[in-house]
Design a protein around this ligand. Sequence first.
Ligand code: FAD
Length: 377
Amino acid sequence: MSETIAIVGAGLTGSLLACFLARRGLPVTLYERRPDPRTGQAERGRSINLAISERGLDALRRIGLVDEVMADALPMKGRMIHPVEGPLDFQPYSATQDRAINSISRGTLNNALLDAAEKAPGVEVRFEHRLVELDSQAGLMGFETPAGTVHAQADVVLGADGAGSAVRGQLVAEGLVTEDVDFLDYGYKELAIPAVDGEFALDPGSLHIWPRGTSMMIALPNPDRSFTCTLFWPAGSFDALTSAAEIERYFGTHYPDLLPLAPDLVDDYLHNPVGVLGTVHTTPWQAHGRTVLIGDAAHAIVPFYGQGANCAFEDVVELDRCLSEAGGSWALTLRMFEKRRRVNTEAIAEMALANFVEMRDKVASPVFRLNKRIEHA
Ligand code: FAD
Protein backbone atom coordinates (compact mmCIF):
# COMPACT_ATOMS: atom_id res chain seq x y z
CA MET A 1 0.00 0.00 0.00
CA SER A 2 1.41 3.38 -0.88
CA GLU A 3 -1.68 5.57 -1.21
CA THR A 4 -1.43 9.13 -0.02
CA ILE A 5 -3.86 9.91 2.79
CA ALA A 6 -5.40 13.27 3.73
CA ILE A 7 -7.12 13.65 7.08
CA VAL A 8 -9.24 16.78 7.40
CA GLY A 9 -9.45 17.92 11.04
CA ALA A 10 -6.79 17.44 13.72
CA GLY A 11 -9.21 17.16 16.64
CA LEU A 12 -9.42 14.01 18.76
CA THR A 13 -10.44 11.73 15.89
CA GLY A 14 -8.11 13.08 13.20
CA SER A 15 -4.96 13.12 15.31
CA LEU A 16 -5.61 9.61 16.70
CA LEU A 17 -6.31 8.35 13.18
CA ALA A 18 -3.02 9.81 11.95
CA CYS A 19 -1.17 7.83 14.66
CA PHE A 20 -2.89 4.57 13.66
CA LEU A 21 -2.27 5.03 9.91
CA ALA A 22 1.35 6.03 10.46
CA ARG A 23 1.93 2.65 12.12
CA ARG A 24 1.06 1.12 8.75
CA GLY A 25 3.74 3.19 7.03
CA LEU A 26 1.17 5.26 5.14
CA PRO A 27 2.05 8.85 4.18
CA VAL A 28 -0.51 11.03 5.99
CA THR A 29 -1.16 14.77 5.79
CA LEU A 30 -3.33 16.13 8.57
CA TYR A 31 -5.07 19.44 7.74
CA GLU A 32 -6.48 21.59 10.54
CA ARG A 33 -8.30 24.89 10.18
CA ARG A 34 -7.15 26.27 13.57
CA PRO A 35 -3.64 27.42 14.51
CA ASP A 36 -1.58 24.89 16.48
CA PRO A 37 -3.50 24.55 19.80
CA ARG A 38 -0.23 23.75 21.62
CA THR A 39 0.96 27.32 21.12
CA GLY A 40 -2.25 29.18 21.96
CA GLN A 41 -4.98 29.56 24.52
CA ALA A 42 -7.92 27.18 24.90
CA GLU A 43 -11.22 28.54 23.58
CA ARG A 44 -13.30 30.04 26.37
CA GLY A 45 -16.15 27.86 27.61
CA ARG A 46 -15.83 25.01 25.10
CA SER A 47 -16.07 21.60 26.77
CA ILE A 48 -12.86 21.81 28.78
CA ASN A 49 -12.94 18.26 30.06
CA LEU A 50 -14.26 14.94 28.84
CA ALA A 51 -15.26 11.68 30.51
CA ILE A 52 -13.15 9.00 28.86
CA SER A 53 -14.14 5.41 29.55
CA GLU A 54 -12.61 2.02 28.77
CA ARG A 55 -13.85 2.30 25.14
CA GLY A 56 -11.61 5.31 24.58
CA LEU A 57 -8.72 4.07 26.69
CA ASP A 58 -8.52 0.92 24.55
CA ALA A 59 -7.59 3.02 21.50
CA LEU A 60 -4.99 5.00 23.46
CA ARG A 61 -3.49 1.77 24.83
CA ARG A 62 -2.98 0.47 21.29
CA ILE A 63 -0.73 3.41 20.41
CA GLY A 64 1.10 3.41 23.75
CA LEU A 65 -0.42 6.67 24.96
CA VAL A 66 -2.65 5.50 27.79
CA ASP A 67 -0.17 6.01 30.65
CA GLU A 68 0.67 9.55 29.57
CA VAL A 69 -3.01 10.50 29.25
CA MET A 70 -4.07 8.72 32.45
CA ALA A 71 -1.30 10.39 34.49
CA ASP A 72 -3.50 13.50 34.77
CA ALA A 73 -6.89 11.78 34.71
CA LEU A 74 -9.29 11.95 37.63
CA PRO A 75 -11.32 8.75 38.06
CA MET A 76 -14.99 9.33 38.90
CA LYS A 77 -16.57 6.29 40.57
CA GLY A 78 -20.17 7.47 40.61
CA ARG A 79 -22.61 10.33 40.44
CA MET A 80 -23.01 12.83 43.26
CA ILE A 81 -26.52 14.23 43.20
CA HIS A 82 -27.04 17.78 44.49
CA PRO A 83 -30.70 18.37 45.37
CA VAL A 84 -32.01 21.90 45.91
CA GLU A 85 -32.34 21.05 49.60
CA GLY A 86 -31.12 18.17 51.73
CA PRO A 87 -27.99 16.00 51.73
CA LEU A 88 -25.88 15.01 48.72
CA ASP A 89 -26.55 11.52 47.37
CA PHE A 90 -23.65 9.42 46.00
CA GLN A 91 -24.71 6.79 43.41
CA PRO A 92 -21.80 4.46 42.52
CA TYR A 93 -21.39 3.28 38.91
CA SER A 94 -20.66 -0.26 40.14
CA ALA A 95 -21.44 -2.09 43.38
CA THR A 96 -17.79 -2.71 44.19
CA GLN A 97 -16.80 0.82 43.14
CA ASP A 98 -13.89 -0.60 41.15
CA ARG A 99 -15.12 0.92 37.89
CA ALA A 100 -14.75 4.55 36.97
CA ILE A 101 -14.96 6.97 34.10
CA ASN A 102 -12.08 9.41 33.85
CA SER A 103 -12.21 13.17 33.72
CA ILE A 104 -9.56 14.22 31.21
CA SER A 105 -8.67 17.66 29.83
CA ARG A 106 -9.74 17.89 26.18
CA GLY A 107 -6.79 20.19 25.44
CA THR A 108 -4.20 17.93 27.08
CA LEU A 109 -5.60 14.88 25.29
CA ASN A 110 -5.67 16.62 21.90
CA ASN A 111 -2.14 17.95 22.40
CA ALA A 112 -0.81 14.51 23.41
CA LEU A 113 -2.38 13.02 20.27
CA LEU A 114 -0.95 15.80 18.09
CA ASP A 115 2.52 15.31 19.59
CA ALA A 116 2.28 11.57 18.90
CA ALA A 117 1.02 12.15 15.35
CA GLU A 118 3.77 14.66 14.57
CA LYS A 119 6.45 12.31 15.89
CA ALA A 120 5.16 9.41 13.79
CA PRO A 121 7.11 8.78 10.59
CA GLY A 122 5.29 9.88 7.43
CA VAL A 123 2.85 12.29 9.15
CA GLU A 124 2.79 15.98 8.25
CA VAL A 125 0.49 18.39 10.09
CA ARG A 126 -0.66 21.60 8.38
CA PHE A 127 -2.40 24.08 10.66
CA GLU A 128 -4.45 27.04 9.45
CA HIS A 129 -5.69 24.98 6.51
CA ARG A 130 -9.48 25.16 6.31
CA LEU A 131 -11.02 22.82 3.77
CA VAL A 132 -13.30 24.84 1.51
CA GLU A 133 -13.41 22.75 -1.70
CA LEU A 134 -13.51 19.02 -2.33
CA ASP A 135 -13.89 16.87 -5.41
CA SER A 136 -14.52 13.56 -3.66
CA GLN A 137 -14.01 11.43 -6.79
CA ALA A 138 -10.64 12.92 -7.72
CA GLY A 139 -9.47 13.47 -4.12
CA LEU A 140 -8.85 17.13 -4.92
CA MET A 141 -9.04 19.57 -2.02
CA GLY A 142 -8.87 23.36 -1.68
CA PHE A 143 -7.82 24.95 1.61
CA GLU A 144 -8.09 28.51 2.81
CA THR A 145 -4.78 29.46 4.48
CA PRO A 146 -3.19 32.73 5.65
CA ALA A 147 -1.17 32.65 2.39
CA GLY A 148 -4.26 32.27 0.20
CA THR A 149 -5.95 29.21 -1.28
CA VAL A 150 -3.84 26.05 -1.45
CA HIS A 151 -4.76 22.95 -3.46
CA ALA A 152 -3.79 19.35 -2.68
CA GLN A 153 -4.65 15.86 -3.86
CA ALA A 154 -4.80 12.54 -2.01
CA ASP A 155 -5.79 8.98 -2.88
CA VAL A 156 -7.92 8.74 0.27
CA VAL A 157 -9.67 11.62 2.07
CA LEU A 158 -10.79 11.04 5.66
CA GLY A 159 -13.22 13.65 6.97
CA ALA A 160 -12.59 13.99 10.73
CA ASP A 161 -13.74 17.58 10.85
CA GLY A 162 -16.41 17.34 13.51
CA ALA A 163 -20.16 17.85 13.78
CA GLY A 164 -20.25 20.74 11.29
CA SER A 165 -18.02 18.81 8.83
CA ALA A 166 -17.08 20.61 5.62
CA VAL A 167 -16.26 17.23 4.04
CA ARG A 168 -19.81 16.08 4.80
CA GLY A 169 -21.14 19.36 3.44
CA GLN A 170 -19.29 18.81 0.15
CA LEU A 171 -20.52 15.20 -0.13
CA VAL A 172 -24.07 16.42 0.46
CA ALA A 173 -23.59 19.16 -2.16
CA GLU A 174 -22.36 16.53 -4.65
CA GLY A 175 -25.54 14.53 -3.97
CA LEU A 176 -23.57 11.56 -2.65
CA VAL A 177 -24.67 11.67 0.97
CA THR A 178 -27.79 12.71 2.84
CA GLU A 179 -27.58 14.26 6.27
CA ASP A 180 -30.12 14.76 8.98
CA VAL A 181 -29.14 17.03 11.84
CA ASP A 182 -31.53 16.92 14.83
CA PHE A 183 -30.80 19.94 16.96
CA LEU A 184 -31.78 19.53 20.59
CA ASP A 185 -33.93 22.29 21.98
CA TYR A 186 -31.25 22.82 24.66
CA GLY A 187 -27.99 24.74 24.82
CA TYR A 188 -25.00 24.47 27.14
CA LYS A 189 -22.83 26.96 28.98
CA GLU A 190 -19.74 26.36 31.11
CA LEU A 191 -19.04 27.82 34.56
CA ALA A 192 -16.05 27.34 36.88
CA ILE A 193 -15.60 26.25 40.49
CA PRO A 194 -12.00 27.11 41.43
CA ALA A 195 -9.88 25.27 44.00
CA VAL A 196 -10.27 26.46 47.60
CA ASP A 197 -6.91 26.85 49.40
CA GLY A 198 -5.38 24.56 46.77
CA GLU A 199 -7.96 21.82 47.34
CA PHE A 200 -11.01 20.59 45.43
CA ALA A 201 -14.19 22.36 46.57
CA LEU A 202 -16.22 19.17 45.92
CA ASP A 203 -15.46 15.44 45.95
CA PRO A 204 -13.12 14.88 42.94
CA GLY A 205 -14.05 11.18 42.75
CA SER A 206 -17.57 11.89 41.48
CA LEU A 207 -19.37 13.30 38.48
CA HIS A 208 -21.59 15.94 40.10
CA ILE A 209 -25.17 16.41 38.91
CA TRP A 210 -27.72 19.05 39.85
CA PRO A 211 -30.92 17.50 38.37
CA ARG A 212 -33.66 20.09 38.03
CA GLY A 213 -36.43 18.32 36.09
CA THR A 214 -36.37 19.95 32.69
CA SER A 215 -32.78 21.18 33.01
CA MET A 216 -29.58 20.29 34.85
CA MET A 217 -26.00 21.18 35.63
CA ILE A 218 -23.05 18.80 35.83
CA ALA A 219 -19.47 19.30 37.07
CA LEU A 220 -16.29 17.34 36.34
CA PRO A 221 -12.96 17.76 38.20
CA ASN A 222 -9.79 19.15 36.57
CA PRO A 223 -6.15 18.38 37.44
CA ASP A 224 -5.66 21.97 38.77
CA ARG A 225 -8.27 21.10 41.43
CA SER A 226 -10.97 23.23 39.88
CA PHE A 227 -14.25 21.89 38.50
CA THR A 228 -15.85 22.76 35.19
CA CYS A 229 -19.64 22.97 35.42
CA THR A 230 -21.90 22.69 32.39
CA LEU A 231 -25.44 24.01 32.43
CA PHE A 232 -27.85 22.24 30.08
CA TRP A 233 -30.87 24.50 29.82
CA PRO A 234 -33.70 24.90 27.30
CA ALA A 235 -32.47 27.00 24.35
CA GLY A 236 -33.26 30.66 24.82
CA SER A 237 -33.61 30.44 28.60
CA PHE A 238 -30.02 31.64 29.11
CA ASP A 239 -31.09 35.06 27.79
CA ALA A 240 -33.61 35.49 30.59
CA LEU A 241 -30.89 36.38 33.13
CA THR A 242 -29.12 39.58 32.15
CA SER A 243 -27.91 41.29 35.36
CA ALA A 244 -25.66 40.20 38.22
CA ALA A 245 -28.58 40.49 40.67
CA GLU A 246 -30.84 38.26 38.54
CA ILE A 247 -28.12 35.65 38.06
CA GLU A 248 -27.27 35.52 41.76
CA ARG A 249 -30.92 35.38 42.75
CA TYR A 250 -31.66 32.57 40.28
CA PHE A 251 -28.68 30.44 41.27
CA GLY A 252 -29.31 31.15 44.97
CA THR A 253 -32.78 29.64 44.56
CA HIS A 254 -32.10 26.73 42.19
CA TYR A 255 -28.40 25.88 42.74
CA PRO A 256 -27.87 27.20 46.29
CA ASP A 257 -24.72 25.18 47.06
CA LEU A 258 -23.00 26.48 43.90
CA LEU A 259 -23.13 30.17 44.81
CA PRO A 260 -20.40 30.19 47.52
CA LEU A 261 -18.17 27.94 45.35
CA ALA A 262 -18.28 29.97 42.11
CA PRO A 263 -16.88 33.48 42.70
CA ASP A 264 -16.80 34.20 38.94
CA LEU A 265 -20.33 32.93 38.34
CA VAL A 266 -21.71 36.22 37.02
CA ASP A 267 -18.74 36.87 34.72
CA ASP A 268 -18.75 33.27 33.42
CA TYR A 269 -22.49 33.35 32.90
CA LEU A 270 -22.48 36.65 31.04
CA HIS A 271 -19.40 35.98 28.88
CA ASN A 272 -19.17 32.26 28.18
CA PRO A 273 -20.88 31.23 24.94
CA VAL A 274 -23.97 29.05 24.66
CA GLY A 275 -23.13 25.90 22.69
CA VAL A 276 -25.60 24.02 20.51
CA LEU A 277 -26.29 20.30 20.84
CA GLY A 278 -27.55 17.84 18.28
CA THR A 279 -27.42 14.43 16.67
CA VAL A 280 -26.03 13.97 13.16
CA HIS A 281 -27.29 11.09 11.00
CA THR A 282 -25.46 10.60 7.69
CA THR A 283 -26.11 8.05 4.94
CA PRO A 284 -23.84 6.68 3.60
CA TRP A 285 -20.58 7.66 5.30
CA GLN A 286 -18.39 7.15 2.25
CA ALA A 287 -18.19 7.90 -1.47
CA HIS A 288 -16.24 6.36 -4.36
CA GLY A 289 -14.41 4.04 -1.96
CA ARG A 290 -11.92 6.84 -1.27
CA THR A 291 -13.63 9.57 0.78
CA VAL A 292 -15.11 8.80 4.20
CA LEU A 293 -16.54 10.52 7.27
CA ILE A 294 -15.41 9.44 10.72
CA GLY A 295 -16.09 10.49 14.33
CA ASP A 296 -18.47 13.41 14.87
CA ALA A 297 -18.38 14.24 11.15
CA ALA A 298 -20.32 11.01 10.50
CA HIS A 299 -22.38 10.65 13.68
CA ALA A 300 -22.18 13.46 16.28
CA ILE A 301 -24.33 12.75 19.33
CA VAL A 302 -25.58 14.72 22.33
CA PRO A 303 -23.07 14.58 25.21
CA PHE A 304 -25.22 13.04 27.96
CA TYR A 305 -23.61 9.62 27.93
CA GLY A 306 -20.11 11.12 27.69
CA GLN A 307 -19.48 8.81 24.74
CA GLY A 308 -18.93 10.99 21.63
CA ALA A 309 -15.14 10.94 21.77
CA ASN A 310 -15.07 7.39 23.10
CA CYS A 311 -17.18 6.33 20.15
CA ALA A 312 -14.96 8.25 17.70
CA PHE A 313 -11.92 6.45 19.14
CA GLU A 314 -13.70 3.12 18.59
CA ASP A 315 -14.25 4.19 14.95
CA VAL A 316 -10.50 4.59 14.52
CA VAL A 317 -9.75 1.16 16.00
CA GLU A 318 -12.39 -0.43 13.76
CA LEU A 319 -11.16 1.33 10.61
CA ASP A 320 -7.66 0.09 11.35
CA ARG A 321 -8.98 -3.44 11.90
CA CYS A 322 -10.92 -3.31 8.60
CA LEU A 323 -7.77 -2.19 6.77
CA SER A 324 -5.99 -5.30 8.02
CA GLU A 325 -8.87 -7.59 7.11
CA ALA A 326 -9.36 -6.02 3.67
CA GLY A 327 -5.73 -6.58 2.76
CA GLY A 328 -5.21 -2.86 2.24
CA SER A 329 -8.15 -2.27 -0.15
CA TRP A 330 -9.60 1.09 0.87
CA ALA A 331 -12.85 0.54 -1.07
CA LEU A 332 -13.52 -2.69 0.83
CA THR A 333 -12.29 -1.22 4.11
CA LEU A 334 -14.67 1.73 3.96
CA ARG A 335 -17.67 -0.49 3.24
CA MET A 336 -16.81 -2.87 6.10
CA PHE A 337 -16.14 0.04 8.44
CA GLU A 338 -19.54 1.62 7.88
CA LYS A 339 -21.39 -1.70 8.10
CA ARG A 340 -19.79 -2.58 11.42
CA ARG A 341 -19.90 0.83 13.10
CA ARG A 342 -23.28 2.24 12.02
CA VAL A 343 -25.37 -0.05 14.22
CA ASN A 344 -23.29 0.89 17.26
CA THR A 345 -23.28 4.62 16.60
CA GLU A 346 -27.06 4.63 16.07
CA ALA A 347 -27.54 2.78 19.36
CA ILE A 348 -25.37 5.20 21.34
CA ALA A 349 -27.10 8.19 19.74
CA GLU A 350 -30.43 6.96 21.13
CA MET A 351 -28.98 6.05 24.50
CA ALA A 352 -27.37 9.49 24.82
CA LEU A 353 -30.74 11.19 24.31
CA ALA A 354 -32.40 8.87 26.82
CA ASN A 355 -29.68 9.51 29.39
CA PHE A 356 -30.48 13.23 29.35
CA VAL A 357 -33.89 12.45 30.83
CA GLU A 358 -32.28 10.12 33.39
CA MET A 359 -29.66 12.69 34.45
CA ARG A 360 -31.82 15.79 34.61
CA ASP A 361 -34.84 14.10 36.19
CA LYS A 362 -34.83 10.45 37.17
CA VAL A 363 -31.63 10.37 39.26
CA ALA A 364 -33.35 12.62 41.80
CA SER A 365 -36.39 10.36 42.22
CA PRO A 366 -36.60 8.13 45.32
CA VAL A 367 -37.81 5.19 43.17
CA PHE A 368 -34.76 5.48 40.88
CA ARG A 369 -32.44 5.57 43.89
CA LEU A 370 -34.11 2.55 45.47
CA ASN A 371 -33.86 0.57 42.20
CA LYS A 372 -30.16 1.40 41.91
CA ARG A 373 -29.57 0.18 45.46
CA ILE A 374 -31.41 -3.08 44.69
CA GLU A 375 -29.35 -3.51 41.45
CA HIS A 376 -26.14 -3.09 43.44
CA ALA A 377 -27.23 -5.22 46.43
P1 FAD B 1 -14.00 17.66 16.82
O1 FAD B 1 -13.53 17.51 18.22
O2 FAD B 1 -15.09 18.64 16.55
O3 FAD B 1 -12.73 18.02 15.93
C1 FAD B 1 -12.87 18.40 14.57
C2 FAD B 1 -11.62 19.13 14.15
O4 FAD B 1 -11.73 19.48 12.76
C3 FAD B 1 -11.40 20.43 14.91
O5 FAD B 1 -10.06 20.53 15.31
C4 FAD B 1 -11.75 21.50 13.89
O6 FAD B 1 -11.07 22.71 14.10
C5 FAD B 1 -11.35 20.82 12.58
N1 FAD B 1 -12.09 21.33 11.41
C6 FAD B 1 -13.41 21.62 11.33
N2 FAD B 1 -13.72 22.06 10.09
C7 FAD B 1 -12.57 22.03 9.37
C8 FAD B 1 -12.24 22.37 8.02
N3 FAD B 1 -13.16 22.83 7.17
N4 FAD B 1 -10.96 22.20 7.60
C9 FAD B 1 -10.00 21.74 8.46
N5 FAD B 1 -10.26 21.43 9.75
C10 FAD B 1 -11.52 21.55 10.20
N6 FAD B 1 -17.35 12.88 24.44
C11 FAD B 1 -16.91 11.96 25.33
O7 FAD B 1 -16.47 10.88 24.94
N7 FAD B 1 -16.96 12.21 26.68
C12 FAD B 1 -17.45 13.37 27.19
O8 FAD B 1 -17.49 13.56 28.40
C13 FAD B 1 -17.92 14.37 26.26
N8 FAD B 1 -18.40 15.53 26.72
C14 FAD B 1 -18.83 16.47 25.83
C15 FAD B 1 -19.38 17.65 26.32
C16 FAD B 1 -19.86 18.61 25.45
C17 FAD B 1 -20.46 19.88 26.00
C18 FAD B 1 -19.80 18.38 24.05
C19 FAD B 1 -20.31 19.40 23.08
C20 FAD B 1 -19.25 17.20 23.55
C21 FAD B 1 -18.78 16.22 24.44
N9 FAD B 1 -18.26 15.01 23.99
C22 FAD B 1 -17.83 14.07 24.88
C23 FAD B 1 -18.20 14.70 22.54
C24 FAD B 1 -16.81 14.97 21.98
O9 FAD B 1 -16.45 16.31 22.24
C25 FAD B 1 -16.80 14.70 20.49
O10 FAD B 1 -17.38 13.47 20.21
C26 FAD B 1 -15.37 14.72 19.96
O11 FAD B 1 -14.79 15.97 20.15
C27 FAD B 1 -15.35 14.34 18.47
O12 FAD B 1 -14.05 14.50 17.97
P2 FAD B 1 -13.84 14.84 16.44
O13 FAD B 1 -12.35 14.93 16.28
O14 FAD B 1 -14.59 13.87 15.60
O15 FAD B 1 -14.50 16.26 16.23
